[in-house]
Design a protein around this ligand. Structure first.
Ligand code: ZN
Ligand code: ZN
Length: 369
């Protein structure tokens, strides 16, 4: 085993000490008083950034990146990158920070595992979802500049930031996707849809780094926008997002509609040779044994069990995890916020009842007598 021996000065030793003890203030003072290279190595070939990632400390990781730390640096003997360590730490926001700084999501360690696979291996499903849904901002910015003979870019530059955020959203419930189009993307749905379709095709054309999961996700987002567009009335000024949400939330028929349009979306994915397409088709072809189409695409995009092991109830309207607001009347359903409750009220009011207290029961029995 070849150990990497580096001459580490006393100040540099202190850097590792402070990172290991999560002492951000000590670290700040140290960096303020000394000229320190952030990309130094300890006896295991690990950088301070890798140690911060191992600790799951996003504040320290961000500070080191601000001081110029290279997210890809490191000589770990088993080929772990900072993102591998972050994925193991379970801190999704930290994974996001490293990815935004240019961490490679497909880098493999000496066991041939990517950061997302390591996260899945130890059950950090949120990290799997964050890594799988990440896309560099430059991939969106590309469309804001005219290409070749174009006079106008395909995407107005003001839409680049909201579109980037829209793509990386982990929750793929169609109502959440539609709600996330507000307030800006909704104004230019045909343009946004077209760019998403181009991006989906591009993901499949990267020779060595084909990302079929992202390609399908982009196709799916474009497809949902198509459905929202169909809810737009040429004369009436009704909100197409609201109409679309209500179509899905209708008791009975809503579920049928949701199932049908997601199946159509899978069927229309043009890349039928890829593993993700076959995996979804196999799950959907089991007749009455098939899981709901929405959960099939969730698994395909966010990984196995990504949403199955939460004990906090999700939003009744948009499926967002950790919905903290309850219907104040019946306390039986949960929502993210007022908007989600308002959207579902037309259907929920039919089954919403105040729970019957003992006192009320007594009153009822008295009335009956
Ligand atoms: Zn919600
Ligand atoms: Zn209720």
């Amino acid at each position: 085993m070849a150990l990497v021996i580096e001459a580490v000065s006393d100040v540099e030793k202190k850097v590792f000490e402070y990172v290991s003890s999560n002492d951000i203030n000590g670290l700040k003072t140290l960096f303020a008083q000394n000229k320190i290279r952030p990309d130094i190595f300890d006896e295991h070939g690990m950088t301070p950034l890798q140690h911060a990632a191992y600790k799951g400390n996003k504040e320290i990781a961000q500070m080191l990146l601000d001081h110029g730390a290279d997210v890809g640096s490191g000589r770990h003997e088993h080929g772990y990158t900072a993102l591998h360590f972050a994925a193991l730490s379970g801190n999704g926001e930290l994974c996001q920070i490293l990815l935004a700084a240019g961490a490679k999501s497909h880098a493999t360690n000496s066991l041939g595992r990517t950061p997302s696979q390591m996260a899945a291996f130890v059950g950090n499903h949120h990290c799997v979802a964050v890594i799988n849904n990440f896309i560099p901002k430059s991939d969106v910015d590309y469309y804001t500049v005219p290409q070749g003979l174009e006079k106008e870019p395909k995407l107005p530059p003001v839409l680049a930031a909201p579109l980037h955020k829209f793509i990386m959203q982990v929750n793929v419930h169609p109502i959440r996707v539609a709600l996330n189009l507000q307030p800006t993307l909704i104004t230019q749905m045909p343009t946004v849809k077209k760019v998403l379709e181009l991006m989906s095709a591009k993901e499949m054309r990267r020779n060595m780094e084909t990302n079929e999961v992202m390609s399908f996700k982009l196709h799916y987002l474009a497809f949902v926008i198509g459905e929202v567009q169909r809810c737009r009335h040429p004369e009436k000024s009704t909100d197409p997002v609201e109409l679309f949400a209500k179509k899905i939330l209708r008791t009975g028929r809503g579920e049928e509609y949701l199932e049908r349009f997601i199946r159509d979306c899978v069927r229309e994915f043009p890349y039928r040779e890829c593993a993700i397409f076959r995996q979804m088709v196999t799950s959907l072809a089991r007749g009455s044994e098939s899981p709901p189409a929405l959960s099939v695409i969730r698994t395909a995009i966010n990984g196995q069990r990504a949403f199955a092991d939460n004990d906090t109830p999700s939003c009744s309207t948009c499926g967002e995890e950790k919905a903290s607001k309850k219907c104040s009347k019946c306390k039986k359903v949960q929502y993210c916020d007022r908007e989600c409750q308002r959207l579902q009220w037309f259907a929920h009011k039919k089954e919403c009842e105040r729970p019957i207290t003992t006192q009320m029961k007594l009153l009822i029995s008295v009335a009956v007598v």
